[in-house]
Every structure is written in structure tokens, then in C-alpha cells.
Design a protein around this ligand. Structure first.
Ligand code: CO
Length: 422
């Protein structure tokens, strides 16, 4: 069972080279299951027992299932759609010695740079074109081996293995082709999208690793592919959301963009997106603001973003006691300074869900002398204040373009999500 789920996860991620694609794939799944899109520009009509979803910026998505009967509040699982990558700058082509064409890119988020070198890369994202006098957004994926960031030979940099500081403007620019490729990059993108290059008025294009997903290890216990942080949680949340009964609480599957750059955008966790959707849907159901606040007080949110497993070569980097491992269950994350929103109450609520689902859980805290990362739970909580827990699935090589997780853990999160959305 869990191996089938892992294969499905790989397919989901391979269809989602960027946040825009991840949202499109989820939209398709939701529509298949009878969910209806609510546009932010429309006046909403919402029914009891109805199934809906809303997107913002084509990169964040919130799906809602309204209970048939009396509602107790919201049950939310929130994850993120974006991953660290390189974003194409405007006018990206740069010629070198009149022999090469390389591309001008900048970093999006905090990636591990080294594994981006010497491997086939491609470009995907969205373009905005003018069609019959109207601006239309289209997804695009060039979907072939198109680019490479070649390393410098060790003979010309003898210190490369002693630790190397990468300069984003010098070291990390991908090679696109020889001089014959001049002035063809946007044409290549346009062709892949089925439009004319001159009609493209705007774009958000990212590099992605072409390497396919793999299930590997002595007993096929590991799964590797890019963007597991956080598409593994987004995928599990969607599966559990669709499978759950959603009877007493409004089920809310929430996937937000821009977590990797601090969430401070119109569609990120620091925005009003979740707040706007919950307030509007409550109002469309005939409730007032008092009802919204009442519901919120009885609600629960699971902020699901991947966690660090103990690394086999760096065991000393983990906390001496709280040490998550791959395939040993969902990780509850704690931080005294509330980088994670978990507290005693929300941890207990989540452990209770794990017990109901008969799924193992584990504990993560940073070593007290390591700062660690942050996530979207505490940020979202400043806009939509409710009981919330930060959890994740254990992984290695977070923010590499090829990350590693356990083959069993996706299924665990799906089962707990199903209980959350019971
Ligand atoms: Co993440």
C-alpha cells in the first residue's frame, strides 16, 4: 500500500515542476472529485454540504468542504507549494565570447547550490499573453533537457573541495546553447506554451531538476525527488482531505505559496488569503463575524512542512534526545521561541489524531545551539488565530534539488489527515 502511495507522490511531483503546476494538478483532482471553483472576483453562493476551492495568483489554493449539518468550526491542514529554485530574470540571455548563450537567473529561496551543477535542467512556470485583446495566464513547461550549470574543472579551482562560496551572479548561471541559440530562449518558452514570443507580456519562470523520482535502498525504503519540501505534505493533505468524511467541521485543505521567501506576499501565509476565504465562506453561509470568531475558537490547524531527519553522516547536528528518523512516522516540531506554533495543547490534539489513525509520530526540536528554520504555521496564526501544531515528514537534504524521504511516511500523513478531516 505505502509503495503505491509513494509512486503516486512521485507522479504528483513530476507533474508539478513549479508552484503553478502544483496548484493546477490539485485543481484537476478537486474538480474530478466534484469541487467547484469560487472566483475571488465573484459574489459567492455557498451551500451546506457544498465542495469548493479558491485559488490566488494561480500559486496558492484553498479547498473547502462544508458540512451538511451543524458546524463546530474549521479543520485546516496547511502546506506550501513553492520550493527553492532559480528564477529567470527579465531579458535573460547573455552571450559569452560570441560563442555561448547563458541565462541570467537569480535565487528564489535558500537552496543548496552544489547539486544544481552538472545535471540537465529545464524551465517551467507561467506566462501572461495577450489574446484577442485580453491578458491570459498560461502554464508552461519546456519539458526537455535544456540547460546545465557546468562546474569549473578542479584543475582551475583546486580549493573546490575545501568548501566553496558560490557567487549567485557568477557561478550559478545556466548554459543555454552555442551562439546559434541567441535570441531563441523566449521563443523556446513560447513554443512550449503554443504562443508567439512577441505576445508574452509577463513571465514567472523557474529552473527545475530533470532527474526523475526514485524509490531506492537495500529494501526500497527511501524515496528521492526534488520539491519533497513541501509537495509531500501538500499531496498527503489533499489525499486525506478527499478521503475524509468532513462531517462536523469544515474541512480546509490549504496550500500557500512563498513560504521559502518568508510568506510575505498577497498569496502567502502572511497574507489575508486564508482569512478572506474563511470569512467570506462563513458570510455566504449566512453567518456573521461573531459566528466566524466562535468557529475559529473551536478550530484546529495542522501546519505541515517537512522536518529534518537525523543525518547518517552528521548525527551530532540533531538534538541529543529528540531524533526523528525516516519511515518512523510524522514529526511534531517544537520551538520554545514559537518558530513552530506547537504547544502542549496542540501537540496533544495531534498525538490523539495519530493514535486514532494508529500512525507513529516522533519529535523534533533544534539543538539548543542551532537556530534552525521556520515555517508557515506561526505566520498564518497572526492572521487566523487558532489552535495550531507544526508537523512534517522526516527528510534528508532539505532544499537540495533532489531530496530524500522515507517510503512509508507519506501514507502515515494521509491517514492522519483523514482523521483530521473526519
Ligand atoms: Co518547507
Amino acid at each position: 500500500m505505502y509503495k503505491e502511495t509513494a509512486k503516486e507522490l512521485i507522479q504528483f511531483i513530476e507533474k508539478s515542476p513549479t508552484c503553478f503546476h502544483a496548484v493546477a494538478v490539485m485543481k484537476e483532482e478537486l474538480e474530478k472529485a466534484g469541487y467547484v471553483e469560487l472566483k475571488e472576483t465573484d459574489k459567492w453562493t455557498v451551500q451546506k454540504g457544498g465542495k469548493y476551492f479558491v485559488t490566488r495568483n494561480d500559486s496558492s489554493l484553498i479547498a473547502l468542504a462544508v458540512p451538511e449539518g451543524e458546524m463546530k468550526g474549521f479543520r485546516i491542514m496547511a502546506s506550501h507549494s513553492d520550493s527553492p529554485s532559480f528564477k529567470m530574470k527579465e531579458n535573460p540571455e547573455m552571450t559569452v565570447d560570441n560563442k555561448y548563450v547563458k541565462l541570467n537567473v537569480e535565487r528564489y529561496g535558500g537552496m543548496i547550490c552544489a547539486p544544481w551543477f552538472d545535471r540537465p535542467l529545464s524551465v517551467a512556470g507561467r506566462i501572461i499573453v495577450k489574446e484577442n485583446g485580453k491578458l491570459v495566464t498560461k502554464l508552461v513547461d519546456v519539458d526537455r533537457d535544456l540547460l546545465m550549470i557546468p562546474n569549473l574543472a578542479i584543475h582551475m579551482n583546486r580549493e573546490v573541495n575545501d568548501g566553496y562560496k558560490y557567487n549567485a551572479q557568477k557561478d550559478l548561471l545556466p548554459l543555454f546553447g552555442d551562439i546559434a541559440a541567441k535570441d531563441t530562449f523566449m521563443k523556446t518558452v513560447a513554443e512550449a506554451a503554443g504562443v508567439k514570443a512577441e505576445d508574452i507580456l509577463g513571465h514567472d519562470l523557474f529552473l527545475y531538476n530533470r532527474e526523475k523520482g526514485s524509490i531506492w535502498g537495500a529494501n526500497e525504503e527511501y524515496v528521492s525527488i526534488g520539491r519533497l519540501d513541501d509537495l509531500q505534505c501538500a499531496f498527503s493533505s489533499l489525499k486525506g482531505f478527499l478521503a475524509g468524511e468532513k462531517q462536523e467541521y469544515m474541512g480546509v485543505h490549504c496550500v500557500l505559496d512563498n513560504e521559502e521567501v518568508g510568506s510575505g506576499t498577497k498569496q502567502g501565509a502572511a497574507s489575508t488569503f486564508l482569512y478572506d476565504v474563511l470569512v467570506r465562506v462563513n458570510r455566504a453561509l449566512g453567518g456573521d463575524y461573531e459566528d466566524y470568531l466562535r468557529y475559529l475558537a473551536g478550530s484546529f490547524m495542522v501546519s505541515a512542512d517537512n522536518a529534518h531527519a537525523v543525518h547518517p553522516n552528521y548525527t551530532e547536528k540533531a538534538d541529543p534526545v529528540n531524533r526523528p528518523y525516516l519511515n518512523e512516522g510524522i514529526v511534531i516540531k517544537y520551538s520554545a521561541n514559537q518558530k513552530y506554533c506547537t504547544d502542549g495543547v496542540s501537540a496533544a490534539m495531534f498525538k490523539d489524531l495519530c493514535q486514532q489513525a494508529e500512525v507513529p509520530c516522533q519529535t523534533f526540536t533544534n539543538r539548543s545551539d542551532i537556530l534552525g528554520g521556520s515555517t508557515l504555521g506561526n505566520i498564518s496564526n497572526t492572521k487566523v488565530a487558532l489552535n495550531a501544531v507544526d508537523i512534517g515528514l522526516p527528510q534528508l537534504a532539505m532544499h537540495s534539488p533532489y531530496e530524500t524521504v522515507g517510503v512509508k511516511d507519506t501514507e502515515y500523513l494521509i491517514q492522519v489527515a483523514e482523521k483530521l478531516f473526519a
